[in-house]
Design a protein around this ligand. Structure first.
Ligand code: SF4
Length: 366
């Protein structure tokens, strides 16, 4: 990422930082040490200015300043809901906009929902992002940048050891993370490193629509798995989550059962959006139970959040409650996700869509 024609060092991996040190003439045997120092300043202290680096000589700091920046992406929009939910729309480059959402009070403190792609290829019929064409994969730097922007705004530097606001990261924003595996993996390495941002891998959840061939590889990274399930038979899932035609439920569940280290403290999360008269009956809940039997898991029931032009309606409250109670009664935790940030364009991808629309109408009136 370039700002004023200088590359930003924020969001880079350790090997990239080492390379950058080489570019400004740091001798080879010193590069690793210098890169590690920078790492600590960038990801533990969250610095925005090379001048505050106390453990590097003035001339090295001057060189860093001359050649690089510590700038973040441009924040195009920032919204704070009455309930504490925050949203940011960032612009890593012209035409590329990414939405980030901070949701307080889930898990022990707060989760940051980040994106791995701009748009998505998968066209899940209930999903707003699915209506947007895939623009491109995000780089690892752009993925990490989402956390940096959120921490800046929450004032969460240096990395606190306790009472954090962002305790968890969920890859549940735009895109299918397993279609951008390499960059997601590098980003996770940066986000979880104990010398920097230090969000442990067990607190990072990657949500997939079910890209079966990549799931084992995800398990090797040691992060938590979430699966966008939404339907319990192939016929319906083919419609709601069309990638199901390629990787049907039987294959998907074989991969889930083989996911490493599942236990009651490391559970799979199944996401299940509640769509009126589509997937919300007690018979559906029974089918769901059959599918997940024996898998340490919980089910997140998500009341559908309609967006302009969507074909579905949210299930009635009573039905969502009955569905949840049925699962609880059968030994599975099935919390109903509270609708958050209603006052700030709550549905995923909506902020970006609004911005795209706004820019299009601005162009027309130009
Ligand atoms: S639910 Fe996820 S995978 Fe499906 S279209 Fe939306 S962003 Fe893509």
């Amino acid at each position: 990422m370039m700002v004023d024609n200088k590359p930003s060092l924020v969001g880079l991996s350790l090997s990239e930082l080492k390379e950058k040190m080489g570019e400004i003439g740091v001798p080879e045997k010193m590069r690793n040490m210098r890169a590690k120092q920078l790492w600590r300043w960038i990801y533990h202290y969250g610095i925005k200015d090379f001048d505050v680096i106390t453990d590097m000589a003035k001339d090295l700091r001057a060189k860093l300043k001359e050649n690089f920046t510590l700038e973040r992406c441009e924040v195009v929009e920032r919204l704070v809901s009455k309930d504490g939910t925050r949203k940011w729309l960032i612009r890593p480059e012209r035409g590329i906009e990414v939405e980030i959402v901070y949701i307080p009070d889930v898990a022990r403190s707060g989760a940051l929902c980040i994106s791995s792609q701009v748009g998505c290829t998968l066209n899940c019929s209930f999903c707003h992002t699915g209506t947007q064409v895939l623009v491109r994969n995000l780089t690892a730097q752009e993925i990490v940048m989402q956390l940096m922007v959120a921490r800046d705004d929450l004032g969460e530097w240096p990395t606190p050891f306790e009472n954090r606001q962002i305790t968890n990261i969920v890859f549940m924003g735009m895109g299918e993370p397993l279609y951008n595996f390499d960059n997601v993996e590098t980003a996770i390495e940066i986000l979880s490193d104990g010398e920097g941002i230090a969000i442990g891998r067990r607190r990072i959840t990657v949500s997939t629509s079910g890209i079966v061939p990549e799931m084992n590889r995800l398990g090797q990274i040691g992060v938590m798995l979430a699966v966008s399930l939404h339907a319990c038979n192939d016929k319906l899932r083919d419609v709601l989550v069309p990638i199901n035609k390629k990787y049907p439920l039987e294959e998907l569940f074989a991969a889930i059962r083989a996911y490493p280290d599942l236990s009651n403290s490391n559970r799979v999360t199944f996401e299940y959006v509640m769509l009126k008269d589509v997937n919300d009956s007690i018979d559906d809940a029974k089918d769901l139970l059959k599918l997940i039997k024996g898998i340490p898991s919980k089910v997140n029931l998500i009341p559908f959040n309609p967006w302009p032009g969507s074909d579905y309606v949210c299930s009635d409250r009573a039905k969502v409650k009955a569905f949840s109670e049925f699962l609880f009664a059968n030994g599975y935790s099935a919390p109903i996700r509270r609708t958050r940030g209603q006052d700030i364009l709550a549905a995923c991808g909506q902020l970006r869509s609004e911005s795209v629309k706004k820019r299009a109408s601005e162009r027309k009136t130009d």
